[in-house]
Write a protein that binds this ligand. Sequence first.
Ligand code: SF4
Length: 76
Amino acid sequence: MTPATPVTSAKTLRIDRIACTGQGLCGELLPELIDLDEWGYPIVKDRAVPDHLRAHARRAAAACPLLALHLDAGRT
Ligand code: SF4
C-alpha cells in the first residue's frame, strides 16, 4: 500500500478592480501581501498566498466591505 499523497491547494489573491473603491482595509489587514497606493487602492505584492498567511488572507477577503478581494484556489 502506498502512502497517501498530501493534497495541497494553492491559494491566490485576486482583486476585483471594478468593485474595489480603494478604502484600503485589505492593506491594513494583510500588509504582508498587499500594499496600498497613494489613493488607498491595493497593490498585490505576491498573488500566491503562503500557507502561514492563509487564515489572514481569508479574514481580509471576508472583511472587504465590497467583496472585492478574493482568495481563489489555483495555481500562482
Ligand atoms: S478592502 Fe476591498 S474595497 Fe477596500 S481596498 Fe481592499 S479590495 Fe478594495
